[in-house]
Design a protein around this ligand. Structure first.
Ligand code: PEP
Ligand code: MN
Length: 263
């Protein structure tokens, strides 16, 4: 179902009227994790200054260590919804279990399936049955073919509103947290009809590489660029090395908007 052969036209994902996959390149930005109402609101106000409408933020954090901050859970979903309603933004957030999908529908505009859950087939089947767009991240060690098959699980349930997100893969290289597989973007666009996002934060794990990799993503034709922004990354409860602070976020957006003009 996700194959370009079966469906030659691009799928356009509609998020409260904002479209992804129609040729306009968009951004989804926000903190790694929801920490408080004030923190989310501060980032959201910065997004508004650039006319952005898609805000990310994790309420359920799939952390490598069980002793690391696990997210605020439902409280985090409520904070995201409150800020989004106050500022007319859409919320993209990760849901990690099939049981939480129904609850999330009340708070979330796009359900994110994280890299660690790309092959959580019960979760894929569940998000396949709902009427909300899904942002599906590539697994840490998933091939492109496995990634496409994961999207097929969602679409087989009846949900065709899927955005594929390249977020870096595990390789021998340690200079970056993961290796951004930039060629996955044109391959996914060739082989499927779905919009493709690039998450520059989790692929590089390095704040100094966010701008150049975002430029590469735009130049190669990504429909959406994801990156993390935090009011004070030094004290962030997760991903403190790779989130931008707000002044860096403003520079990032200004540079990328100028870069888009030149493409
Ligand atoms: C995230 O986007 O919050 C996240 C945890 O990313 P990933 O699943 O790509 O590691
Ligand atoms: Mn993160």
């Amino acid at each position: 179902l996700v194959s370009r052969k079966a469906h030659p036209e691009n799928t356009v994902v509609n998020i409260n009227g904002e479209t992804v996959g129609d040729g306009v390149q968009r951004f989804v930005m926000g903190p790694c994790a929801v920490e408080s109402y004030e923190q989310v609101r501060e980032v959201a106000l910065a997004l508004k200054e650039h006319g952005l409408t898609l805000m990310r933020g994790g309420a359920y954090k799939p952390r490598t260590s069980p002793y690391d901050f696990q997210g605020l859970g439902v409280e985090g979903l409520k904070i995201l919804r409150q800020v989004a309603d106050e500022l007319e933004l859409s919320v993209i957030t990760e849901i990690v279990t099939p049981q939480d999908v129904e609850l999330a529908l009340d708070y979330v505009d796009v359900i994110q399936v994280g890299a660690r859950n790309m092959q959580n087939f019960e979760l894929l089947k569940t998000v396949g049955t709902v009427k909300k767009p899904v942002l599906l991240k590539r697994g840490l060690s998933a091939t492109i073919s496995e990634f496409i098959n994961a999207a097929e699980y969602i679409m087989a349930g009846g949900n065709d509103q899927i955005i594929l997100c390249e977020r870096g893969i595990r390789t021998y290289e340690r200079a970056t947290r993961n290796t951004l597989d930039i060629s996955a973007v044109p391959i996914l666009k060739k082989e499927t009809h779905l919009p493709v996002a690039v998450d520059v934060t989790h692929s590089t794990g390095r704040r100094d590489l966010l701008l150049p990799t975002a430029k590469a993503a735009l130049a190669i034709g990504a429909d959406l660029v994801m990156a993390e922004v935090h009011p004070d990354p030094a004290v962030a409860l997760s991903d403190s090395l790779q989130q931008m602070d707000i002044p860096q976020f403003h520079d990032f957006m200004n540079e990328l908007n100028a870069f888009k003009e030149r493409l």
